[in-house]
Design a protein around this ligand. Structure first.
Ligand code: PEP
Ligand code: MG
Length: 916
């Protein structure tokens, strides 16, 4: 198409508009919404007239050496005339001049990244007309000095590429002149300047601009307008905007639009004001109009926070604004009009809107509207209430809530109002969400001791190990300087729903002195209070208040979950370590347990006896010795399994056989070792030898998982017996237990057949003992070694189900140690070598291929093969969606992430309907 045939300029105002809301790509977000507000038959709101220069002009501008299409001049001229007709003013006129704003407006909002010029059209001549029309000389000169400052900075200096010629920016130089006058006269605010002082300031500004930048401030309104537009287009390629686009992944070719709009003034006296409002409360979601405004002020004054804004109505009053009169009281007619518009906007957009308005001498104007940002609590409430009232359907309500935001409803968090005004002393990886406060301790023992005296503590360690579990449990939160998102601390804390920050390299611990210092120079010693935001990874000094949330009382949450269950097709189970976890998981809506890690009975409270027996078993050297210990251990394993099966009555429970390398359970300090020797009646030297024999150079790839069961069949035997006996007893009690026996860390089908022989033998024995012909169970394997995924076709011959252990699959697929990734991951993410932490979000193109391949090949052998995931990824929304797409039957995640996974599963079902 010839450029002369292209429409580059879209007019809006006076109850009509060339564009509409669906044209965001061409008009940018701001331009599209202005057009919609001005021109849509349902709205036709009083928007100051103006026009949008399209993003295509931006593209043309850069493709043609910063030139414009020839036809643009005419199209802009026509649009300006329309503005003049509607406003009754004329651009550049001496009697009644039209002043305009020139603003950027990209497809996606880029707050503060691009430029704005206000009051364009003012000069030494037109100012007389502004004074005559407004009757306010002070106002006119104030507008003029603002224009010169903005224009010199945005258009002449930044847009003109003059930035580099001097060290101090022109804005700063001009600002210092204003400050000097205020200082000399003891003025507190800009508004204290007299007309004469403002006049002198304007003259000084112009002289300074010429002197510093070498060119005159342009008096010609046309030149100002084109200069302003050029500067906005140029700011698309400014350093800040480029950097922002890189982070937000906004493509460069989108370009920005430019919006030119008639100026309206909220600073023309006490019958003028400007404000920002939301159609519903963005903090709570309550369906109440909520907003703030400032009398006799400009929009930037509200945002800048120099003056405390007043509430638009009684409802919007807060501690700071109690004493102010509301807009509703001050300007009832305009408030009523505004209220009517906001409700019209929400009905029209079917979502909460964030709006900007100005009242100029009693006349209300709508300056902007867009979908308003909201927190998790508000998001859930708005979505479900809008659904109930019929504003949106159930599917839309589900899509409105970001699954990760749900966490805000589940865990106590730091009081956001206090957090906002506090200084972050260190930052780490957000491993366990929610907020916590406590006094710093540096060892698990201290955590236990302090907690037993009723102290709230935060355990600060370089990293944690299973031996720390007791202290971790007693602590309010855990903070480690090393480790990644699936390190021991992260895994354990997330499982408990405990606040945790790991990999916090900003901290340097001095274990001897029991202190730490942070990069920003803060010194903290044992007993000092700190507060953590585990959702963001932020550490604060001092004790910050927490806000508690009881999910059962949250009606909106319950409503959302009802909708979620209606649409989701993939199951959601939980990873439980104890029967107590299973209770939590059930409460959060888990449909089963996807991973029951039996070894957790050996950590924490009540673990002394089973741990002792396990240690006894480990250091045994003969089968007879081992069997003796195992027989005693059997009682504990059976109890745990039975309780969990009972909690999940009628739902499946996947019980994984012992996984970790045995040496993890052997005490490492001399004192504990000698205690063990005494209790077992073994000499220290003998015990030492046995423990040494268990040492491995690379335990993660060593004697763990199924390899233990192959080496010591009696260990498998004991566990299988415990599972079947527990199941049989529950069946006798009339319950419906469904155990699924899962073999970990397998790489060949022969391991599965080897262990299955034991299962079959014990099964017969238990059936006979309980006089049962059948005990329901499934036999399956984890797929967590890449070879197992590649061999899925044969693995499936000996398995009823697969469960992808994506923690180990990621570790072994990438060759990244899951416990040490904290050392290099931040740099990888920073340099975009990896898009995300692969231990948090499944690496779909690499590890994901193994999962896809494994699922497909497994089902080739057994079309009904049950497939799930039980790595940490099972609670990550993007990963849940991936699991849905590859056709898994369920995902399994930490109890506290079950609601998140359920919501993500429902969204996946709506985004990718199965069978398509
Ligand atoms: C896994 O590897 O993904 C898994 C669930 O097992 P674990 O984290 O216990 O190694
Ligand atoms: Mg594993």
């Amino acid at each position: 198409m010839e450029t002369s045939d292209i429409k580059y300029v879209y007019f809006f105002g006076g109850g009509k508009a060339d564009g509409n809301e669906s044209m965001k790509n061409l008009l940018g977000g701001k331009g599209a919404n202005l057009a919609e507000m001005a021109g849509h038959p349902n709205l036709k709101l009083p928007v100051p007239p103006g026009f949008t220069v399209t993003t295509e002009v931006c593209t043309y501008f850069y493709a043609n050496g910063k030139k414009y299409p020839d036809i643009l001049k005419k199209q802009i001229g026509d649009a300006l005339s329309e503005m003049e007709t509607l406003t009754g003013k004329k651009f550049g006129d001496l009697q009644n001049p039209l002043l305009v704003s020139v603003r950027s407006g990209a497809r996606k909002s880029m707050p503060g990244m691009m430029e704005t010029v206000l009051n364009v059209g003012l000069n030494d001549q037109t100012i007389k007309g502004v004074i005559a029309q407004s009757g306010d000389e002070r106002f006119a000169y104030d507008a003029y000095r603002r224009l010169i400052m903005m224009y010199a900075d945005v258009v002449m200096e930044k847009g003109g590429g003059l930035e580099v010629k001097h060290s101090k920016g022109i804005r700063k130089i001009l600002d210092e002149k204003l400050e000097a006058i205020k200082h000399a006269h003891g003025y507190a605010s800009d508004t204290d300047l007299t007309v004469e002082e403002l006049k002198a300031l304007v003259a000084d500004y112009k002289k300074t601009v010429k002197k510093v930048l070498g060119i005159e401030f342009p008096e010609d309104p046309e030149e100002q307008l084109w200069g302003g537009m050029g500067a906005v287009f140029s700011s698309w390629m400014g350093k800040r905007a480029i950097e922002y686009r890189r982070i937000e992944r906004i493509p460069e070719e989108w370009g920005t639009a430019v919006n030119v709009q008639a100026m309206v003034f909220g600073n023309l006296g006490n019958d003028s004001c400007t404000g920002v409002a939301f159609t519903r409360n963005p903090g709570t979601g309550e369906n109440k109009f909520y907003g703030e405004f400032l009398v006799n002020a400009q929009g930037e004054d509200v945002v800048a926070g120099i003056r405390t804004p007043a509430p638009v109505n009684e409802y919007s009053k807060n501690a700071q604004s109690q004493q102010f009169e509301s807009l509703e009281k001050l300007m009832p007619v305009q408030y009523k009009e505004l209220f009517e518009y906001q409700s019209r906007l929400e009905s029209h957009y079917h979502d909460m809107q964030d709006i900007e308005f100005t009242i100029e001498r009693g006349k209300l104007y709508m300056l902007q509207c867009r979908v308003g940002k909201r927190n998790g609590v508000a998001a859930v409430r708005m979505a479900t209430e809008m659904n109930k009232s019929g504003l949106i359907d159930g599917k839309e309500a589900i899509m409105r809530v970001n699954p990760n935001q749900l966490i805000e409803l589940l865990l106590p968090m730091l009081d956001p109002t206090i957090e906002k005004i506090s200084t972050i002393i260190a930052k780490g990886l957000p491993a366990g969400p929610g907020g916590a406060k406590g006094r710093v301790v540096f060892s698990s023992e201290d955590a236990v001791e302090w907690a037993s005296k009723g102290e709230k503590v935060i355990l600060v360690r370089e990293e944690t190990s299973p031996e720390d579990v007791d202290g971790m449990h007693k602590a309010q939160a855990i903070l480690t300087t090393k480790g990644g998102m699936t390190s021991h601390a992260a895994l354990v804390a997330r499982g408990w729903g405990k606040c945790c920050i790991v990999g916090c390299g900003d901290l340097e611990i001095n274990t001897e002195a029991k202190t730490f210092k942070t990069k920003n120079g803060t010194h903290i010693k044992e007993g000092d209070w700190i507060s953590l935001n585990g959702t963001k990874g932020n550490v604060y000094e001092g004790s910050m208040p927490l806000v508690d949330i009881d999910i059962d009382k949250n009606e909106a949450y319950r409503d959302l979950m009802l909708l979620v269950d209606k649409y989701k097709t993939i199951g959601v189970r939980a990873n439980a370590e104890t029967p107590n976890d299973a209770i939590h998981a059930y409460k959060f809506g888990a449909e089963g347990i996807g991973l029951f890690r039996t070894e957790h009975m050996f950590y924490g409270e009540g673990s002394e006896q089973p741990l002792f027996l396990l240690r006894k078993m480990i250091v045994s050297t003969t089968e007879a010795e081992r069997r003796e210990a195992l027989d005693e251990l059997f009682v504990f394993v059976k109890k745990d399994v039975k309780e969990t099966l009972e909690v999940m009555d009628g739902h499946p429970v996947t019980i994984r056989l012992l996984d970790p390398p045995l040496h993890e359970f052997v005490p490492h300090d001399r004192e504990k070792l000698s205690q063990l020797g005494k209790e077992l009646g073994i000499r220290m030297s003998v015990l030492h030898r046995r423990v040494l024999a268990l040492h491995e150079n690379n335990p993660m790839l060593g004697h763990r998982g199924v390899r233990l069961g192959v080496s010591f069949p009696e260990i498998t035997e004991m566990q299988i017996k415990a599972i079947f006996e527990a199941t049989a007893e529950l069946l006798e009690e009339g319950k419906k237990p469904f155990p699924e026996i899962m073999i970990p860390v397998t790489c060949t089908v022969n391991e599965l057949t080897n262990q299955k022989e034991i299962v079959d033998r014990v099964y017969e024995e238990v059936c006979q003992k309980h006089h049962m012909s059948k005990i329901p169970y499934l036999y399956g394997t984890m797929i967590e070694i890449p070879r197992a995924a590649l061999m899925a076709e044969t693995m499936a011959t000996a398995a009823d189900f697969f469960s992808f252990g994506t923690n180990d699959l990621t570790q072994m697929g990438f060759g990244f140690s899951r416990d040490d990734i904290g050392g290099f991951l931040p740099k990888y993410l920073d340099l975009k070598i990896l898009p995300d932490d692969p231990f948090v979000t499944i690496d779909q193109e690499g590890i994901g291929e193994l999962i896809k391949f494994g699922t497909e090949r497994g089902r080739k052998t057994k079309p009904n093969l049950k497939v799930g995931i039980c790595g940490e990824h099972g609670g990550d929304p993007e990963s849940v969606k991936f699991c849905h797409r590859v056709g898994m039957n369920y995902v399994s995640c930490s109890p506290f992430r079950v609601p998140i996974a359920r919501l993500a599963a429902a969204q996946a079902a709506l985004e990718f309907p199965r069978g398509n």
